[in-house]
Design a protein around this ligand. Structure first.
Ligand SMILES: C[S@@+](CC[C@H](N)C(=O)[O-])C[C@H]1O[C@@H](n2cnc3c(N)ncnc32)[C@H](O)[C@@H]1O
Length: 303
């Protein structure tokens, strides 16, 4: 099976009781015996990055989702939403504060979500590679964002999409969102960083352009209809206005998060990495760098 399996063994409990994320992170090492097998470091900077990214995307898309579910969210006492790979839970919090009636559940195998939550919201630790802890046909809407760096194609096809489909109700919507790697209009320094990220992903058997194929994986299940794909460009740098400035910040944070594998694959030390990052930061506006994001929405076929 995939590269993930059960990489952490839960020691004591399912969620950590710390009231804030800071405490969560410092304690999850002991709590979960966590040896991070992924490219991306998990720390406060990365949590900040994910939170800022959520607000950037909401502004760029002028919404949080494309599925035609607004009326159901507004009306729905019995409506159930799952955010798979929820990270710090920003998407869930945004939706659950706008729509008080549905039930919102965030799932991640790393408990970086807050433990103090509104009544209509809960978070669970689970690894999709072991199966999600829900009955078949539980959710009306499932959201899954920024997962391309975590799963091989085989895992997308044989586990992730199938498991999300299993827990989705017939007539419910699956919405996946992901970005392309590499980026566009890259400066020479970004070319180097991007090349290192891609090499590391290939070494992990992960296609950096997986986001372009998610609709095909969904189609291939034969369980979905009305599959729609949208794409938007994300500007990096002040040439893209305030949003561009913010997204450049998250872009720099992203590379900080993969500092270790990049250093290893480029065979450079911290000074070398810092020098490259400085150059990258100074070049970003001149080159008008941008990235491509894909949003895919599909409806599960009713029997
Ligand atoms: C890049 S973060 C994105 C977080 C959030 N979706 C967002 O848009 O801000 C990807 C998240 O997926 C989680 N994840 C990766 N593989 C997973 C798995 N096998 N089971 C559950 N969660 C997983 C990671 O722990 C991480 O928090």
């Amino acid at each position: 099976m995939g590269q993930q399996g059960s990489r952490f063994k839960k020691k004591k409990r399912n969620s950590i009781s710390a009231a804030d994320n800071r405490a969560s992170i410092s304690s999850f090492k002991e709590e979960y015996n966590f040896e991070n097998p992924y490219m991306m470091t998990i720390n406060e900077t990365q949590i900040d990055r994910m939170q800022t990214q959520h607000h950037i995307l909401r502004t760029i898309w002028s919404n949080n989702f494309s599925a035609p579910i607004k009326d159901k969210l507004s009306a729905g006492h019995d409506y159930k939403v799952l955010d798979f790979g929820c990270g710090p839970g920003t998407f869930i919090f945004d939706l659950s504060s706008t729509y008080p009636l549905p039930k919102f559940i965030g799932v991640d195998f790393v408990p970086i979500f807050p433990t103090q939550v509104p009544r209509n919201t809960s978070f669970l630790v689970a690894n999709i590679m072991d199966g999600l802890p829900f009955e078949d046909c539980t959710f009306d809407y499932i959201h899954a964002r920024f997962l391309v760096m975590y799963f091989t194609q085989e895992e997308w096809e044989n586990v992730v999409i199938k498991e999300l489909s299993r827990v989705l109700k017939p007539g419910g919507y699956l919405e996946c969102y992901d970005s392309e790697i590499p980026w566009y209009n890259m400066s020479p320094s970004l070319e180097k960083l991007s090349d290192a990220v891609q090499r590391e992903l290939f070494a992990r058997n992960i296609d950096p352009l997986m986001s372009r194929k998610i609709d095909e994986f969904i189609q291939a299940t034969g369980e979905f209809e009305d599959i729609q794909k949208e794409q938007k460009d994300i500007p990096y740098g002040s040439w893209g206005g305030k949003i561009g400035e913010l997204s450049a910040q998250t872009f720099f944070q992203f590379f900080e998060g993969v500092r270790k594998p990049i250093k290893d694959i480029m065979n450079i030390n911290d000074q070398g990495f810092d020098k490259l990052m400085k150059k990258f930061e100074s070049e970003i506006n001149y080159y008008h760098t941008y990235g491509k994001n894909h949003r895919i929405v599909a409806r599960k076929i009713e029997c």
